[in-house]
Design a protein. Structure first.
Length: 484
C-alpha cells in the first residue's frame, strides 16, 4: 500500500458501443449492442442506453433482443477498436513506463514511477488531464480511479463510471470498503459469494469482522488469507509493464452444427489463417498448435501438436491443425471450432516450411492435394452441408455495422441485409445523421471499406503532459466523481 494515490486505473466507458456511436451519428443517444448476431451469439458490449433495458455483456444475444428489440445490433469492428486502443495506450505511455494493459480498453498506470504524480494534488491533476486528452484524441470518454493500490484504483474507476474521476485517499480504504458487497473484491465470483452468503457474510465488513481464521476455514489458506487482507484494503501488487501473452487463438461458434467433414476442415484452415494473422500482428511465433472442438452435446476436445521450432508460417499452422482434426470424432455435429498457437517466441525456425513439406512426402501426400481453398464452399457429396442461403451469404459479406464505400454516395455503414439486398446509411463520424439507401448485394459500386478515424483532426499531444495547460484538465475532486 502506498501513502499517496499514485496508482491510476483507466477503464473506457462501454468501449465498443461508444466507439460505434462516435462513428455513427445516427446512433448517438440510442441503445447499441455489439456482439455476435447469430442464434448463438453473445453480447460483447452494450451502450448505457441499452443497459437501461437490462442488456449487459456476456448475455445471450437472443435474450438481449427480447429485452431491447429496438436497439441497433452490430458486429464488432476490431480494427477500429485496436486503433483507438493504441491511441489511448500511447497517451498512458507518456505518463510513465509502467503501464499494465488488461485489455483493449483498460489499464493500470504507475504515476509515481514516471514522475507524473507523487501526492494527492498532482494525482488529481494528471487524472483530469488524462481524461481531457483521451476525449480530444479519440472522441471517447474514460473513467479514472486513483488510489494507493491496484485493487482500490479499479474499484474507484468502477464507482466513477461513466465519464468520471474518483480518488480514494490512502487511510480511508477500510471505511469505503466496509458497506460494499463481497463481489467487489478481486477473486470473489458467484460461487465464492454464494458460499460466503451461506456463512452469513455479504459485505466486505462481514469479511473483516469474521477474522482470517474463519475465512481460511471456509475458503482455504491462500484464498481465505488473501480475502481477509483485501477486506482491510491491503493490496501490494505492483504495476507490471510487460504482461507477456502465453498464447494466440481464434474460435468461431456456428449458427448451425457442422456435419460435413470437408466443411469442418475448411473452417479449421480458415481459423488457422486468422490465428497466424494475429500471431504476426503481435510480432510473435509459436511452436505448439492447438485445436479446440466443441461438439453438438457441448463436450469439448482439445488436441495439440508441438513442432520442432517456433513458426508464423500459415501453411505450417494450417497443416498441423488439419492433422489434429483427423484424430477428432466429429460424428453428431460440431458447434464450435478454435485454433491456437502456444509456446510463443519472437523468432521463427527457418526450416519449418521444409519440415512441413517433408512430412507430407513421408505420408505420400502431394502438396496440391493437401491444400484447401479457405474461401471455397465445401465440396458436394454424401453428408454435404445445406448450402448457405442468400441471406446468410449477404450477412457474411455485409456484416451489420461494418464500413462500406459507394462510388457515388461515399462512405457509409451496413444497417442490415437480406432478400438479396443490403441497406446502407451514408454518414461519417463528424457529419450529420445520413440518409439510408438500399442496393443489391452484388452491386459493383459498393465495396467493403476500412473504418474512418473517430476524430478527423485530433489535438496534438506529442509533448503531453509537460506542456498541457492546466485549464484544459477540467474540474476534479478528491473522493468524488468529476463530470465535464
Amino acid at each position: 500500500m502506498r501513502a499517496a494515490p499514485t496508482i491510476l486505473h483507466l477503464d473506457m466507458d462501454a468501449f465498443y458501443a461508444s466507439a460505434e456511436q462516435a462513428a455513427k451519428p445516427s446512433l448517438r443517444g440510442k441503445p447499441v449492442v455489439v456482439g455476435g448476431l447469430g442464434p448463438r451469439g453473445v453480447v460483447a458490449t452494450a451502450s448505457y442506453e441499452a443497459r437501461r433495458f437490462g442488456v449487459h455483456s456476456a448475455m445471450p444475444m437472443a435474450q438481449a433482443r427480447r429485452l431491447a428489440p429496438n436497439a441497433a445490433y452490430l458486429v464488432p469492428r476490431f480494427l477500429l477498436y485496436r486503433t483507438v486502443s493504441d491511441q489511448v495506450m500511447e497517451l498512458l505511455g507518456r505518463l510513465t513506463p509502467l503501464v499494465e494493459p488488461l485489455s483493449l480498453d483498460e489499464a493500470f498506470v504507475d504515476l509515481e514511477a514516471g514522475g507524473a504524480a507523487d501526492d494527492t494534488a498532482s494525482a488529481l491533476e494528471i487524472g483530469g488531464q488524462l481524461r481531457t486528452a483521451i476525449k480530444a484524441v479519440t472522441g471517447l470518454t474514460g473513467s479514472v480511479g486513483l488510489a494507493g493500490s491496484k485493487m482500490l484504483a479499479k474499484i474507484a474507476s468502477e464507482q466513477a463510471k461513466p465519464d468520471g474521476l474518483l480518488l480514494i485517499e490512502p487511510g480511508t480504504e477500510r471505511e469505503l470498503l466496509a458497506p460494499m458487497p463481497v463481489r467487489i473484491l478481486p477473486g470473489v465470483g458467484p460461487a465464492t459469494a454464494d458460499h460466503l452468503r451461506r456463512a452469513g457474510m455479504t459485505t466486505v465488513n462481514d469479511l473483516a469482522e469474521a477474522g482470517e481464521a474463519e475465512l481460511v476455514r471456509l475458503l482455504g489458506k491462500a484464498h481465505g488469507g488473501s480475502l481477509h487482507r483485501m477486506a482491510f484494503g491491503y493490496d501490494d501488487r505492483p504495476v507490471v509493464a510487460e504482461r507477456d501473452a502465453k498464447s494466440v487463438s481464434v474460435e468461431d461458434t456456428f449458427d448451425a452444427d457442422l456435419h460435413d467433414r470437408v466443411r469442418v476442415r475448411t473452417e479449421v484452415e480458415r481459423l488457422a489463417g486468422r490465428c497466424v494473422q494475429r500471431l504476426r500482428g503481435a510480432g510473435r511465433s509459436g511452436r505448439t498448435v492447438v485445436l479446440k472442438v466443441r461438439r453438438y452435446d457441448f463436450s469439448t476436445l482439445t488436441r495439440s501438436e508441438t513442432l520442432r521450432g517456433p513458426t508464423d508460417d500459415p501453411t505450417v499452422v494450417r497443416e498441423a491443425a488439419a492433422r489434429l482434426l483427423e484424430a477428432v470424432d466429429t460424428t453428431g455435429g460440431v458447434r464450435l471450432l478454435g485454433v491456437g498457437v502456444t509456446g510463443l517466441a519472437d523468432y521463427t525456425q527457418e526450416d519449418l516450411f521444409a519440415q512441413a513439406a517433408g512430412e507430407r512426402a513421408a505420408t505420400g501426400e502431394a502438396a496440391e492435394e493437401d491444400a484447401v481453398d479457405v474461401g471455397a464452399e465445401p465440396a458436394g457429396g454424401a453428408g454435404e452441408e445445406t448450402p448457405e442461403t442468400s441471406e446468410q451469404l449477404a450477412a457474411r459479406r455485409w456484416p451489420a455495422g461494418h464500413d462500406v464505400r459507394h462510388d457515388v454516395y461515399g462512405h457509409g455503414w451496413v444497417q442490415g441485409s437480406g432478400v438479396g439486398r443490403v441497406t446502407v446509411r451514408f454518414e461519417e463520424p463528424e457529419s450529420a445523421p445520413g440518409r439510408v439507401r438500399t442496393f443489391r448485394i452484388d452491386d459493383a459500386q459498393l465495396q467493403p471499406a476500412d473504418p474512418l478515424p473517430l476524430v478527423r483532426n485530433p489535438v496534438d499531444y506529442s509533448s503531453w503532459p509537460a506542456s498541457l495547460p492546466k485549464s484544459l484538465s477540467g474540474p476534479v475532486s478528491s473522493g468524488g466523481e468529476s463530470r465535464p
